[in-house]
Structures are given as C-alpha cells and as structure tokens.
Design a protein around this ligand. Structure first.
Ligand code: BV8
Length: 244
C-alpha cells in the first residue's frame, strides 16, 4: 500500500468539510463481491447490468427476486470492515462530513455512519412496484414476486435499477456535499456509473482537493488530484493515524 502523501495529510488536517463517495470496493474486504467481479456460482452466467433493470423484473420477476434474495443473505452473513469503521471515526472528527454511497448493502449504516446518502437505495427495503412506497412483508412470504398488502401489486427490492432516476433528496444531498467540501474522498469505485461518477468532478470544479483510494486505476484516476493505490481498509485507517 502506498503511504499517505504529505499534501493530503495536511489538507485533511486543515479541512473543515469532507465529503466521501464510496462504491462496491469498500465492501470487498467484508466479503461482498464487487459489481465488476464475475458473479459467483449460479449467478456467474448473468451480468448485474442485465438483472438490475426494470425490464428484467418485468420479464422474469422470480429470477430477479432470487438474485436479490441471494445478495441479501450474502450481506446478512458479513460485517462492516475497517474501511467502513474508519469513515465513522472520520465523521466524528470532522465538523462537516457527508458520505454518499453507491452501495445498496447497508454496511455503512450498520457500521454507524450517520450523515449518509444511499444514492442507489438499499437491498433490504421492499417497495410496492405500483405505488413506490415501502411495504412490510410477512416474514414467511415465499410467493415470488411478493404481493403488496395494500394494492396487491408486485413488490420489488428498494434499489435504483439501471435506467431509473436516483432518489432526488439523496442526489441533492450528495451534490451539495460535493459542491461545498474542502476534501473529497473517492473510495472503491470504478467510476463507471452515472450520475454518481460525476460527483467527484463537480467537487473538483468547486475547488475541493479530490483523492481516489483504489488498488487499481479507474475511469476517474486522471481527474483527481491524488490517487492512492491501496485497499480501502488499509488506506482509510492510515489516514486516521496521520490525523493523529
Ligand atoms: C439514471 C443498484 C437517468 C442496483 C446500481 C449518463 C448520465 C446519466 C445516466 C447514464 C449516463 N450514461 C449511462 C447512463 C445510464 C446508467 C449508467 O451509468 N450505466 C453505466 C453502466 C454506463 N445510469 C443509470 O441508469 C442511472 N440512472 O441515470 O437515470 C434517468 C433520469 C430521469 C428519469 C429516468 C432516468 C442509475 C444507476 C444506478 C444503477 N444501480 N445499483 C443493484 O445493486 O442491484 S449501480 C451498481 O453498479 C452499484 O450500485 C454501483 O453503483 C455500480 C458498480 O459500481 P462500483 O460501485 O464502482 O463497483 P465496481 O464493481 O464497478 O468497481 C469496484 C471498484 O472497487 C473497482 O474500481 C475496484 O478496483 C475497487 N476495489 C476492489 N477492492 C477494493 C477496491 N477499492 C478499495 N478497496 C478494496 N479492497
């Protein structure tokens, strides 16, 4: 892992406002496969982009629900890792902190992050596909797709599929944080999914010092001020240590 560059250390120490955008990479060390990694086992033959769409749900709701139920169980069986926990500690130390995540696994919330915007929803929410409201399903509901107790319509996972708009409030929070921060941390994302991938560019245009933390280069590496090759857990813990 690369060390913490001097300029980043000093800017972070002086920063009054820090904003963060995370992607699947920050959950990798918890054992949650990233989107770009080949899916495992029975899901290996599908690309997530082919399942995470309204069309896939329309065409084969059972297949899509089987996939989400597999992912829910996978996430239930893991814990937040040192990267998630380091961001909770950073939120405690910085006077103005905001975390936007593209992840739907809920691990930031479980770790204790408070000022958090889940841009792509949350895997564990059940939503009526007709009314767009959260529903409480009976635990033993094995019917697929589950039915809305109010209107009888199909129930879907509370995530944002490809081709669907992001939740307005969360996107506005994320855009406002990017526009007003001194330091913007980009952690564990390939920077391929819009409009989230535009946030670091907005932060840079607004004058923030933009930092990427990723073991690989990404679509955004050329656009950041500082790109650290390393694992989220290692680098974020080192950042905290540097802050003292
Ligand atoms: C929308 C929920 C418009 C579902 C997800 C331009 C403008 C606007 C839209 C588009 C546009 N161009 C294209 C689009 C369409 C599309 C898009 O971006 N497509 C891409 C594929 C080209 N965008 C949309 O459809 C969005 N909607 O724009 O709507 C609209 C407006 C009004 C009205 C109608 C429509 C919706 C996008 C949200 C899709 N839903 N998730 C679910 O999860 O099931 S996205 C999903 O994929 C994830 O949530 C995540 O966001 C994304 C995967 O990206 P990453 O998180 O970056 O993960 P990835 O695997 O790619 O990379 C992992 C990284 O981690 C790697 O770099 C790796 O090196 C690194 N890593 C690995 N280990 C570690 C690590 N890093 C640190 N530490 C480690 N240990």
């Amino acid at each position: 892992m690369e060390g913490i560059p001097e300029e980043l250390g000093s800017r972070l120490a002086k920063a009054e406002s820090v904003a963060v955008l995370t992607g699947a990479g920050i959950s990798a060390e918890s054992g949650v496969p990233t989107f770009r990694e080949a899916q495992t086992g029975l899901w290996a033959r599908w690309h997530p982009e082919d399942l995470a769409t309204p069309q896939a749900f329309q065409r084969n709701p059972r297949l899509v629900w089987d996939w989400y139920r597999w992912r829910r169980q996978l996430v239930r069986d893991v814990e937040p890792n040192s990267g998630h926990l380091a961001l909770v500690e950073l939120e405690r130390r910085v006077s103005d902190f905001h975390l936007s995540t593209q992840n739907v696994d809920g691990l930031h919330r479980r770790a204790g992050s408070r000022n958090l915007s889940e841009l792509h929803g949350n895997l564990f929410r059940d939503v009526c596909a007709y009314e767009g409201i959260d529903v409480d399903l009976p635990a033993a509901d094995d019917e697929l797709p589950p039915r809305c107790p109010r209107c009888g319509g199909p129930v879907r996972p509370g995530v944002v599929w490809f081709g669907e708009p992001l939740p307005r409030a969360e996107l506005l929070e994320a855009e406002s944080a990017a526009a007003g921060c001194d330091v913007y941390l980009l952690v564990g994302t390939s920077g391929l999914v819009q409009p989230a991938a535009g946030l670091p560019l907005s932060a840079r245009r607004a004058g923030a010092y933009v930092v990427e933390i990723n073991p690989e280069t990404t679509a955004l590496t050329e656009s950041v001020h500082c790109s650290i090759r390393g694992l989220a857990g290692d680098v974020l813990v080192s950042l905290l240590e540097r802050l003292g």
